[in-house]
Design a protein around this ligand. Structure first.
Ligand code: PEP
Ligand code: MG
Length: 574
């Protein structure tokens, strides 16, 4: 059969070449079945038994796992034991007289449907996770056990699937799985995060691929270009081998930088930290020389189940990250919900303009009891590690005052409950609104550090929706207006002796990162797989040159001109 090329999206860098192992879809239709009234208690017990069985199976897998694999399985355990799911299933059995299988699938549909309808990729991924667990529970209900759950492994192969459930991905390793390609999925899906952590090249969104592949076919997964080649011809194979060799050589060279400082040729040093969403990403970050976590996006935790996590669940997640970072800073950002990230199981007002509405710290402060759960968990973690607390979407100093007051109230409560002396961790804010930029002098009196969220700052300064595909031509963090804002924030912070980080995507772009260095930013925080590339760029210039470049960029007329400037200097930001 002839060679077939399918475009997709590269989500984990590298090139894999080898035999295909297609994964069959696990979905099976559930025949509608109703039960008699007297069978309700038995049917409910049958469901509860399946939950216990599945949970025990997952716990056993967690025991034998570490890192990301363990974290993902913990997330899945929380889904299986979600009290909201249980409540819905038991209610369907009782009120609708559904058998346990139907009640389960209807409940999963309800919760996952709500998640899938939300605009944010992270929620859609949570819906996939939930379907995945629903299927596992279903198999358990039908068979009474879940034997044979593990991915068939054998020797190395490239796994191709419509979709790889994260719990299956969590059981993979780089020795038996050389590459991953799926027809669906996103860059922020657990499976993609896991592939990056394991260094497995991966492509998602390769639609139509499954129709053309057979077990054992030779396949190329190009995680650099975002392409899957089925049954490559001689030339395609040779090209893939060449770029694979080149990529590995580059990686080897870059890896040598892991232990070196991000220092310019004239001795100016910048700290490089990692952005994480799961505690299990810490190992990968440390391996790439991350000096700490500059942004722990806690939203992931809030999306595990149909309900926000309690204090214990949060404490477990934060301490897991703190332990892994071994005394390096761990910056926990309080939940940044609202706008395009509503919280499952948490009722929020319907707003005409949610991006300008109750989001980030505004939402947290609107519900102090809810907010305090997170603050208590962070305070308890701070007794064990080098924790920093960061508030998103701040637009006035009173918000910081209110956060500080609540934090101190929590510390007092914990002390009264017998935790012993509770230290208040450093409190910083994200600079994401023009209001925060232009009142940075005032904010710097109280906030102990700043972290500029260029993703949101760009959207609010340019009045361009960051998620609107029609607006991408205008959405550009190199716009001089954004650069001026950053410059102002750095000066205001430094005047008060505060450090400034950037944790938006701009920091992960090696060329734009040089502008940030030139503007005087002290720390850059980014996805771990960008750290070494950014470090290489920083080590290749003098601070003097970066500063001159930044000054030229500030004086440029437009984002296009800034891009041209980076190009002329042999630097292109895209
Ligand atoms: C940002 O806005 O730059 C940021 C880091 O936060 P998020 O992308 O999570 O909104
Ligand atoms: Mg943001």
């Amino acid at each position: 059969m002839e060679e077939i090329r399918i475009r997709g999206r590269a989500v984990s860098r590298g090139i894999a070449i080898g035999p295909a192992r297609p994964m069959a879809g696990a979905e099976q239709a559930v025949a509608a079945a109703k039960i008699k009234k007297k069978a309700i208690p038995d049917e409910q017990q049958r469901f509860l038994q399946a939950v216990r069985h599945c949970a025990a199976w997952l716990r056993a897998r967690i025991e034998e796992s570490t890192g990301q694999r363990a974290d993902i399985l913990v997330t899945h355990l929380a889904m299986v034991e979600d009290p909201y799911l249980e409540q819905l299933v038991l209610r369907h059995i009782e009120e609708e007289r559904d058998n346990a299988e139907n009640a389960l699938m209807r409940a999963v549909e309800t919760i996952a449907g709500r998640l899938a309808a939300l605009p944010d990729e992270v929620f859609r991924q949570r819906a996939d996770d939930l379907y995945d667990e629903g299927r596992r529970l279903l198999r358990c209900l039908r068979q009474g056990d879940i034997a044979g759950e593990e991915m068939a492994s054998g020797t190395g192969a490239l796994v191709l699937a419509r979709q790889i459930p994260p719990s299956s991905a969590a059981l993979m390793d780089g020795e038996t799985v050389w590459g991953l390609a799926t027809e669906f999925g996103t860059a922020t899906s657990h499976t993609a995060i896991l592939a990056r952590g394991l260094g497995i090249p991966a492509v998602v969104g390769a639609q139509g691929m499954m129709a053309g592949v057979r077990e054992g076919d030779m396949v190329i997964i190009d995680g650099l270009r975002g392409e899957v080649v089925l049954r490559p011809g001689k030339k395609a194979l040779q090209d893939a081998e060449d770029s694979r060799r080149h990529f590995l050589q580059q990686q080897k060279l870059l890896q040598k930088l892991a232990g070196l400082p991000a220092q310019t040729t004239d001795g100016h040093t910048v700290a490089l930290l990692a952005n994480i969403g799961l505690a299990g990403e810490c190992e990968g970050a440390l391996a790439r020389g991350a000096e700490g976590v500059g942004l722990f996006r806690t939203e992931f935790l809030y999306m595990e189940t149909g309900q926000p996590p309690g204090e214990e669940r949060q404490y477990t997640a934060y301490t897991a990250a703190a332990r892994r970072m071994q005394g390096r800073p761990l910056t926990v950002r309080t939940v940044d919900a609202g706008a395009d990230k509503p919280l499952p199981g948490y009722v929020m007002p319907v707003e005409d303009n949610p991006a300008l509405g109750l989001r980030g710290v505004r939402l947290s402060l609107a519900d102090p009891q809810f907010f305090k759960i997170q603050l208590r968990a962070v305070l308890r973690t701070a007794t064990l590690g080098n924790v920093r607390l960061m508030y998103p979407m701040v637009s006035q100093v009173e918000e910081l005052d209110a956060c500080d007051a609540l934090l101190r109230e929590c510390a007092q409560e914990l002390q009264q409950e017998g935790l012993g002396p509770v230290a208040i961790p450093p409190q910083g804010i994200m600079i994401e609104t023009p209001a925060a930029v232009w009142t940075a002098e005032t904010l710097a009196k109280k906030a102990e550090f700043f972290s500029i969220g260029t993703n949101d700052l760009t959207q609010y300064i340019l009045a361009v929706d960051r998620g609107n595909p029609n607006m991408q031509y205008l959405y550009n963090h190199c716009h001089p207006a954004v650069l001026w804002a950053i410059s102002h924030v750095v000066q205001a912070a430094h005047a008060k002796g505060r450090r400034v980080a950037v944790c938006g995507e701009m920091a992960a772009d090696p060329k734009a990162a040089l502008l940030l260095v030139g503007l005087g930013v002290d720390e850059l925080s980014m996805g771990a797989d960008s750290i070494l590339g950014v470090k290489q760029a920083i080590r290749g210039v003098s601070y003097k040159k970066a500063q001159a470049l930044a000054q030229k960029a500030l004086a440029a007329e437009s984002a296009t001109k800034v891009e041209a400037l980076l190009r002329d200097e042999g630097l292109s930001h895209k």
